[in-house]
Write a protein that binds this ligand. Structure first.
Ligand SMILES: Nc1ncnc2c1ncn2[C@@H]1O[C@H](COP(=O)(O)OP(=O)(O)OP(=O)(O)O)[C@@H](O)[C@H]1O
Ligand SMILES: Nc1ccn([C@@H]2O[C@H](COP(=O)(O)O)[C@@H](O)[C@H]2O)c(=O)n1
Length: 221
């Protein structure tokens, strides 16, 4: 049977990570959060010039989506460790002060190409993966078994993010409307044969998960 791969795209705080981790656990797949790499480059940009990130990323950054099975439990456990020049920066990358750097990295095409190469190397290591982030359907996993585009209203996404980070005062809670790029990705996904669009505004995470599993079965049969 061919390995299952699933791409999940959608605007900020639409529930991508929540869905991806549940699918990875249920199906025994690896899980790659591509946003973690972008956030790491935003951190790195305070320490090295952008030219080095465009050309020398492989020697500066190691993104390790570690996977292990918890003893006696069904699901897999994931830990996205990120090393920058050998230093573990996994906790530092979420700081709100990196928002401006994050924007610069996301808009830099040369950085995006380098990040894509890094992610392609990660995908090759695993027999089946769920990858999350803007553009993964188009760039990283164009041949995925299922492409999910997840939406929710801006108000709901903002509420969820504020609730999520209530105890993490240093994290960014800025949530805006879907961007031009979000909408371009959505349109590209809509044009794919094995696409599933889910509006989670009034759907609990369990219903979104059930819809994705159903979509996967339908497109795999
Ligand atoms: N269907 C849902 N109903 C209610 N709450 C949800 C739902 N899906 C996710 N959440 C909650 O919303 C918050 C944001 O979800 P999550 O982190 O999965 O979003 P995301 O799209 O991965 O965000 P980002 O764009 O920052 O990567 C979390 O607290 C999560 O528990
Ligand atoms: N494939 C991706 C993933 C992320 N980005 C940019 O990084 C930011 C952080 O991502 P989160 O998923 O952790 O929110 C995001 O806002 C994008 O600007 C990207 O461009 N492509």
């Amino acid at each position: 049977m061919p390995a299952v791969s699933i791409s999940i795209d959608g605007p900020t705080a639409s529930g991508k990570t929540t869905l991806a981790t549940r699918l990875a656990e249920e199906l025994g797949l690896a899980f790659l959060d591509t946003g973690v790499t972008y956030r790491s480059l935003a951190y790195a940009l305070d320490h090295v010039p952008i030219e080095r990130l465009r050309t020398d990323l492989g020697s500066l950054l190691v993104h390790q989506p570690e996977i292990h099975r918890r003893h006696g439990k069904k699901g897999i456990c994931q830990n996205h460790a990120i090393l920058f020049r050998g230093e573990d920066i996994t906790q530092e990358i979420w700081h709100a002060s990196l928002d401006a750097n994050l924007k610069s990295i996301a808009q830099d095409q040369a950085c995006r190409r380098e990040i894509l190469r890094l992610h392609q190397n990660i995908v090759e290591k695993y027999d089946g993966i769920v990858a999350v982030g803007r553009d993964v359907a188009v760039t990283l996993l164009p041949h995925a078994s299922l492409h999910v585009y997840l939406t929710a209203s801006e108000t709901m996404r903002r509420e969820r993010r504020r609730a999520q980070y209530r105890t993490h005062k240093d994290r960014s809670t800025s949530v805006g409307p879907a961007t031009e790029r979000d909408l371009q990705n959505r349109d590209a996904i809509r044009a794919m044969p094995n696409a599933l669009e889910v509006d989670s505004t009034y759907s609990p995470a369990s219903a979104v998960f059930a819809a994705a599993l159903h979509g996967l079965r339908r497109h795999s049969s």
